[in-house]
Write a protein that binds this ligand. Structure first.
Ligand code: THU
Length: 136
């Protein structure tokens, strides 16, 4: 499935929005603050941050926070075109496996913008999650 081109200006906007959201992270356990911004096919941007919990497994990643906010605001016919991820430590950070599956559900053509091992990187979600699972 072909991915759509995200303009340089939009990439910058998403990166900035992710960085802003990162400041709201609730990460007292890992101290690893993450922000995410998604661009939808309607042209809307939604942001999220990680929200941890004393019961560690309840933690919600920044990417899923952004996606769930988008569904809550715009409805279930969400199409994600791009996801930008930022972290306060300035280290490589691509979406975790669970988030890849959630991104794929709503954005099989999405481009992911993140810090890779060699600096800023872009990957189609299908490169990060080949053979993602779908019921329909
Ligand atoms: N985390 C995210 O929010 N997004 C990622 O892409 C990687 C990991 C969070 C989960 C947890 O709160 C903390 O980072 C450390 O794993």
């Amino acid at each position: 499935m072909p991915t759509s081109k995200i303009s340089a200006a939009m990439q910058k906007r998403l990166a900035l929005a992710a960085r802003q959201a990162m400041k709201h992270a609730y990460a007292p356990f890992s101290n690893f603050k993450v922000g995410a911004a998604i661009l939808t096919a309607r042209g809307h941007i939604f942001v999220g941050c990680n929200v941890e919990n004393s019961s560690y497994g309840m933690t919600n990643c920044a990417e899923r926070t952004a996606i769930f906010s988008a569904v809550a605001k715009d409805g279930p016919d969400l199409e994600i075109l791009a996801v930008a991820v930022a972290n306060a430590a300035g280290v490589p950070c691509s979406p975790c496996g669970a988030c890849r599956q959630v991104i794929f559900e709503f954005g099989p053509r999405a481009i992911i913008l993140y810090q890779g091992v060699k600096g800023d990187k872009q990957s189609p979600i299908t490169d990060l999650l080949p053979e993602g699972f779908r019921l329909k």
